[in-house]
Design a protein around this ligand. Structure first.
Ligand SMILES: [Zn+2]
Length: 280
């Protein structure tokens, strides 16, 4: 609304300026007619021509000076508002992140010990939230899978399809979303894995786990080295986030709550953005 009213003001000013010039041309016509019309213009003295020219010049200069502050005002307003191409440049994604929702299709992943909830669906929900938050921050996001189905038939083909997405040269980092499971039902809380030996992966994973623990109010944890396909086969730094344990009843209930899923996603987003800021 504010923008529209500013434009309206601008149009108003422009109209005033052009009407000023049209008044000037109108003047000229009246002026010539007042001196006796076109027929009497020819015998006028050379001095009269000089006078006419001087008067017209004075009028032109007067109009130009009168219009000057208006132009200057418009320029000042334009300078205050970034032009459309400048805005587009600011919003153009500078980073590309692959968000991988683990499992899918026939491979449901871990199963909740009490509710029977399947990991693959929860992964996709959190991955979608991470995608939305990163896109809002101006990051280009590529999902590996966008629905419940796997990327290809068979586990091997599915993993190769994920690898192809992660291996695109413009990818800055990869974040894979999972839910954990363990034989000891008392073990709970989030974890983040990086490929052993990857310094950048470790840095990313430490930033992500710190932000996730903070977001859900869980005690701080260090990132863990691991050797999983998604962190091993990615040339870009990659983190595998285990959001919690489906083998722990407390986590199992929390992981299905939209409010908790949002907090998890916020943590992942914050960690990823912190890492991306260091790349700049
Ligand atoms: Zn998993």
């Amino acid at each position: 609304m504010e923008k529209r009213s500013k434009n309206a003001k601008k149009v108003g000013r422009n109209l005033r300026i052009s009407s000023g010039f049209s008044e000037y041309s109108h003047y000229e016509v009246i002026f010539l007619q007042k001196t006796g019309g076109p027929s009497k213009k020819l015998p006028a003295t050379p001095l009269r021509h000089v006078f006419d020219t001087l008067t017209i010049t004075a009028l032109v200069l007067f109009c130009a000076f009168a219009a000057l502050p208006l132009y200057a005002g418009d320029k000042a307003e334009e300078a205050a508002e970034p032009s459309a191409p400048a805005e587009a440049a600011l919003q153009a994604p500078q980073h590309t992140v692959v968000v991988d929702a683990g499992h899918g299709g026939a491979d449901g992943g871990a199963v909740g010990s009490k509710s029977g909830v399947v990991e693959a669906g929860l992964n996709l929900t959190v991955a979608r939230l991470v995608q939305a938050g990163l896109e809002e921050a101006g990051v280009e996001v590529r999902l590996t899978r966008e629905g419940e189905e796997a990327l290809a038939e068979g586990k091997q083909a599915d993993m190769q399809a994920r690898k192809a997405i992660m291996n695109q040269p413009e990818v800055d980092l990869v974040v894979s979303i999972h839910m954990n499971k363990f034989t000891d039902p008392s073990v709970k809380g989030p974890m983040a894995f990086y490929m052993e030996g990857s310094e950048e992966g470790q840095k990313l994973a430490e930033m992500v786990i710190e932000a996730v623990c903070e977001a859900i109010g869980s005690p701080q944890r260090k990132a863990n080295p691991g050797d999983y396909f998604i962190i091993r086969e990615s040339p870009a730094p990659s983190v595998l986030v285990e959001c919690g344990f489906l083998s722990n009843s407390e986590d199992e209930a929390l992981l299905q709550q939209p409010a908790h899923q949002r907090k998890l996603a916020e943590g992942v987003i914050k960690g990823v953005l912190t890492y991306l800021q260091e790349l700049e």
